[in-house]
Write a protein that binds this ligand. Structure first.
Ligand SMILES: Cc1cc2nc3c(=O)[nH]c(=O)nc-3n(C[C@H](O)[C@H](O)[C@H](O)COP(=O)(O)O)c2cc1C
Length: 361
């Protein structure tokens, strides 16, 4: 896959799919605007591969074939404007608890965890058959992605969701061959990768966003997260995007930190990314609070990452890449207040709220 530049729109849930998970007109507009704005690769927001993995109402589905025509329109809108697009394959695991409760279903997870300070939802551990069903669901979804003309798939292996729940020792207490040692906690990832490959062939790009350390003490530590990233690259994943694993306290223990007011606060996963990049044999994407063009340039020049991945700046300034290309190298004006995220969680569609606040003030 060849990109027109090194900028990636990191996966960003937009709350704009319709209630059945199909692509909406609103989404076509959002993606067309982003592609028009000059970014090289757009990663969609989370798209669930199985109905048990949905955790929000207006999320895209890639769990059934009837989603393919809408997704194909989305990829077409992006390709017409010169960008590439990857779909983020997702299962929420236990994080689906609140959403599934409304449907009288229980969320599934690698293990049932008692008294977890960071999670109180109802969930139960997955049976061996369910694990294989979910693995096949990822593979089937990747096949749909190729049919819908996505240029790549990105597996969501970060933050609070199913793959992180397998990888983290704090949520995976299994004593069978899906839990215990690092290799066993990564077995789900490996089998998903194999299933995807068997269904889409050797030459289709399969990327992963991987959480390499949890946001609280006692969870996954970078010493293991780094090794995990190296295994993933060795097994054949074509690119790694380095993020955080399970979330700790909002927002400092999460992937979307706030108060990024100084250069020191920017690029908050740089140290992990740099370390992984120095050992990995595949392209690496740096994400997390990158706001200043010169800093991004330095990261690439020093070979600390191959790609610069941004989420919140594009919500406010979808055309920022073309502005930078044209010589206007202003710092991204997003102030990382996370009001966009808070509105999304209440069921609103994605938009920059900072703008409105300024207008109102
Ligand atoms: C509104 C919003 C939605 C997000 N949705 C996703 C998502 O669907 N999948 C994902 O992997 N990360 C998601 N993220 C995290 C971003 O991709 C990114 O990793 C994080 O915000 C840090 O990058 P930034 O400082 O450039 O925003 C989301 C972040 C925000 C603010």
């Amino acid at each position: 896959m060849e990109l027109r530049n090194r900028f990636v729109r990191s996966a960003t849930y937009d709350g704009c799919a319709d209630r059945t998970g199909h692509v909406s007109e609103e989404q076509i507009k959002i993606f067309a605007e982003l592609a028009h704005g000059g970014v090289g690769l757009i990663v969609t927001g989370i798209a669930y591969v199985h109905h048990s993995g949905q955790n929000l109402p207006f999320q895209n589905s890639i769990a059934t074939d009837d989603c393919i025509p809408g997704l194909r329109r989305l990829t077409g809108a992006v390709h017409d404007r010169g960008a590439k697009i990857a779909v983020q394959l997702f299962h929420a695991g236990r994080e689906a608890a609140r959403f599934l409760k409304g449907k009288n279903e229980q969320a599934i997870a690698p293990s049932f965890v008692h008294n977890d300070p960071y999670f109180t939802g109802e969930h139960r551990f997955m049976t061996e058959d369910e694990i294989w069903d979910m693995i096949r669901a990822f593979g089937d979804a990747a096949k749909r992605a190729r049919d819908a003309e996505f240029d790549a798939v990105q597996l969501h292996g970060a933050h609070n969701f199913l793959l992180s729940q397998f990888l983290s020792p704090s949520t995976n207490h299994r004593d069978d061959h899906w839990g215990g040692t690092l290799e066993k906690r990564l077995r789900f990832h490996r089998e998903v990768y194999r299933d995807i490959r068997s269904k889409i062939g050797e030459d289709y790009p399969v990327l992963i966003k991987v959480g390499v350390q949890d946001g609280f003490p006692g969870g996954l530590h970078f010493s293991e997260g780094n090794l995990a990233a190296q295994f993933l690259a060795q097994w054949g994943f074509d690119s790694l995007e380095i993020s955080q694993g399970l979330r700790g306290k909002p927002y400092e223990g999460t992937e979307f930190r706030t108060k990024i007011n100084t250069l020191d606060r920017e690029a908050y996963f740089r140290h992990w990314c740099k370390e992984i990049k120095s050992q990995a044999n595949v392209p690496v994407m740096m994400v997390g609070g990158l706001r200043t063009f010169e800093l991004m340039e330095e990261v690439v020049q020093k070979d600390e990452a191959d790609f610069i991945s941004l989420s919140r700046p594009f919500i406010r300034e979808p055309g920022i890449i073309n502005e930078w290309k044209g010589g206007d190298r202003h710092r991204a004006t997003c102030i990382s207040c996370n009001k966009c995220l808070e509105a999304l969680r209440k069921g609103e569609a994605l938009r920059c709220i900072q703008e409105k606040t300024e207008e109102n003030s």
